[in-house]
Design a protein around this ligand. Structure first.
Ligand code: GAR
Length: 208
């Protein structure tokens, strides 16, 4: 069975989408083997525990700096032999300690059409910019923040009269669907790098 680890920091609605649509979906041969949370306070922990998924908390405070924190993350990940590590609302920069331990196996969810609006508060930034469109990106994680090649992207129109609440609701809805689809595609072996253009990810959606 394909083994997934999920890294979270907060609400965990995207973790919940993966629990409901991948972990508990008998038609996808995949399971969430571990959830790592960057804080002991997050609702995401409760969601993982409700689903009987092994949960670990790894805070910066306990480890002092990012490299030491990531060494602990890698140690915990190695215990469960993940095929894929999914950062689903993990709100901290990761280092090569993690990325080099799992090359091309760490992916990140981001609430914009990258490379527009990287970093924090991307939905508000798109609204404040006056953009007519924003969206969702799932990409391979690299050392640069929100910097790796996209795997799946989907636009979300910004409508006249949208507020942060109304736009966030639509973006999150797309996130839940896009992240589920991306992880399912990985589990089915349908994602690979383009051998002729190394920054391009090829996704075989036929039959998916
Ligand atoms: C999601 O919108 C995700 O894209 C974003 O955090 C939210 C987590 O929501 N991540 C980033 O902004 C990373 N740069 P959730 O905890 O309800 O899944």
């Amino acid at each position: 069975m394909y083994r997934i680890a999920v890294m979270v920091s907060g609400n965990g609605s995207n973790l919940q989408a993966l629990i409901d649509n991948v972990h508990r979906n008998a038609t996808v041969d995949a399971e969430i083997a571990l959830v790592i949370c960057s804080t002991g306070e997050a609702p995401a922990i409760e969601r993982a525990q409700q689903a009987d998924i092994r949960t670990e908390v790894v805070t910066m405070q306990a480890h002092g700096d990012r490299d030491s924190r990531d060494r602990e993350v890698v140690r915990l990940l190695r215990l469960v032999h993940p095929d894929l590590v999914v950062m689903a609302g993990w709100m901290s920069i990761v280092t090569p300690v993690l990325l080099d331990a799992f090359p091309d196996q760490v992916i990140n969810l981001h609430p914009s059409l990258l490379p527009a609006f990287p970093g924090m508060d991307s939905i508000a930034a798109a609204l404040d910019w006056g953009s007519h469109v924003t969206g969702v990106t799932v990409h391979v994680a690299e050392e640069a923040v929100d910097g790796g090649p996209p795997i799946l992207q989907e636009p979300v129109p910004i409508l006249p009269g949208d507020t942060l609440e109304t736009l966030s609701e639509r973006v999150h809805g797309v996130e839940h669907r896009l992240l589920t689809r991306c992880v399912t595609l990985y589990a089915e072996g349908r994602v690979r790098r383009d051998p002729t253009r190394v920054r391009r990810m090829l996704v075989d959606e036929a039959g998916a």
